[in-house]
Design a protein around this ligand. Structure first.
Ligand SMILES: Cc1cc2nc3c(=O)[nH]c(=O)nc-3n(C[C@H](O)[C@H](O)[C@H](O)COP(=O)(O)O)c2cc1C
Ligand code: SF4
Length: 435
């Protein structure tokens, strides 16, 4: 079984200035992976030296004090998650989630390819904090797999055995319960919670699932301390984050930015098309921002909340001139509906209904207003009813489409459309893999 290869226009790191310090992407070169010797030379020795000196409780306390939040989309405080699993005593399991199942994302792939040892450090820190028996690392692509395999071979004194797993290739397969089922050998489909995975996860053991970028930050916090970590970013959301930026920019790719940075600065670094139609923030569960909303907006949960947006897992796409926001959103919602696991009502019935109504909204037959009213009503009915966040994510995109593209909806109502092209919002023909 092979892992899908990603679009390389997004899957490489962009060196840049003026966006805050580089931490995850710091180091001499961004063209290839950092070796064990380079990693140790840059960061003052192996992480195991540090871990031998710090008791597990102090590690968890340091992570809590750092204010690190998960970088996989949900933004849950990493220290609280470790503490919740630790309450069960030692013997938990750690999973590094590098599934990166969102097609427009590439930051986990870039991180694992270029800085595999940072992620492995983070796995070791989490494992030590939990007294873990073992750890899994889910890889998003063959290139990431090769890089991590090489890195594992270079690390002599590993604290825990790390098992590398090929990532699932269905969208909901990246959700934490789906990842756990996948590494257990089952289908990559979410299961119902409770029990929470920190209480009963892999084979019934307490399990901490952490995005690979979160783990890389964790590794640096264990070395350099919570104060160092919190010196960048905002008080409530410290640190840097990786952003995958694609679409109508001259330099698409993965950027590391300080949380709280103005969106205009990030876009400026990437060379945006001044005539771009809108910016999608937070990926396919995210929100559209039109041009007048962008100046002054800051890249943080708090900074984007007034615009009903959130950074999510740091996926952004600038919609090129000549694109119709309704048609683009219809493509994505239709794909999200196909990707649902259809185990619960909102997925089985709600998302296909939303996709069908989005089709009428995007069509040219003067049905946009009626479709819009249905979409609002159905979104209210679907929200909060799924066992996982998949339906809520699709609802968020639908609502944002209705809010952002009122001008386009009026045009469609009159039988028109300003779209002259389909954009490059990526939608791979991934299939659910058999159980
Ligand atoms: C439909 C869906 C897909 C998801 N896909 C991913 C993914 O590809 N990678 C990831 O790290 N988290 C993904 N998540 C979030 C995970 O469930 C989980 O919250 C995350 O891995 C926890 O790590 P963090 O706390 O470090 O962010 C997804 C969630 C949902 C609802
Ligand atoms: S909402 Fe959809 S994807 Fe999530 S658990 Fe239910 S059926 Fe599965």
């Amino acid at each position: 079984m092979s892992i899908a290869t990603r679009d390389l226009t997004r899957a490489f790191a962009r060196p840049r200035s003026g966006l805050g310090p580089q931490r995850l992407l710091a180091g001499p070169k961004l063209g290839s992976g950092e070796s064990w010797d380079e990693h140790c030379a840059r960061l003052d020795g192996p992480i195991s030296d540090r871990l031998r000196r710090v008791p597990p409780d102090r590690l968890i306390e340091a992570v809590r004090r750092s204010g690190l939040r998960g970088r996989g989309g949900g933004g849950f405080p990493a220290g609280d998650k470790l503490l919740a699993a630790r309450r069960h005593g030692s013997g938990a399991v750690v999973v590094g989630n590098g599934s990166e199942t969102e097609p427009a994302a590439a930051k986990d792939e870039v991180l694992l390819r270029l800085r595999p040892h940072l992620v492995l450090d983070g796995l070791e820190v989490a494992a030590r904090a939990l007294g873990a028996r073992g750890a899994f690392l889910v890889a998003p692509s063959p290139a990431a797999w090769d890089s991590v395999t090489e890195a594992l071979a270079e690390r002599a004194d590993r604290h825990v055995p790390v098992q590398l797993i090929e990532g699932p290739r269905n969208f909901v397969g990246g959700e934490e319960t789906a990842v756990i089922r996948w590494i257990e050998g089952g289908p990559a489909l979410p299961r119902f919670q409770p029990p929470r995975v920190v209480d009963r996860g892999w084979r019934g053991l307490p399990t901490v699932v952490q995005n690979v970028e979160t783990l890389a930050h964790l590794g640096l916090i264990a070395r350099l301390g919570p104060e160092w970590f919190a010196a960048v970013g905002t008080e409530a959301e410290p640190g840097t984050m990786l952003i995958t930026l694609s679409g109508a920019v001259e330099r698409p790719g993965v950027y590391e930015v300080a949380i709280g940075l103005e969106l205009t600065k990030l876009l400026g670094a990437a060379g945006p098309d001044p005539k771009a139609v809108a910016l999608l923030v937070g990926g396919y569960f995210g929100s559209w921002l039109r041009a007048p909303q962008i100046p002054g907006a800051r890249l943080s949960r708090a900074g984007l909340a007034p615009l009903a947006a959130s950074p999510g897992a740091g996926v952004m796409h600038l919609l090129p001139p000549g694109s119709c926001g309704l048609r683009e959103s219809h493509r994505v919602v239709d794909w999200l509906a196909q990707q649902g696991a259809r185990q619960c009502g909102p997925c089985a019935h709600g998302l296909p209904a939303l996709a069908e109504a989005m089709g009428r909204l995007a069509g040219h037959r003067g049905q946009a207003s009626e479709a819009g009213a249905q979409l609002r009503r159905w979104s209210d009915q679907i929200e909060g009813r799924g066992a996982c966040r998949h339906p809520d994510g699709a609802v968020n995109l639908v609502r944002s489409t209705l809010a952002a593209f009122g001008d386009e909806i009026e045009l469609h109502e009159r039988g028109g459309c300003s779209g002259t092209r389909l954009s490059n919002l990526p939608l791979p023909p991934w299939e659910l893999r058999p159980a």
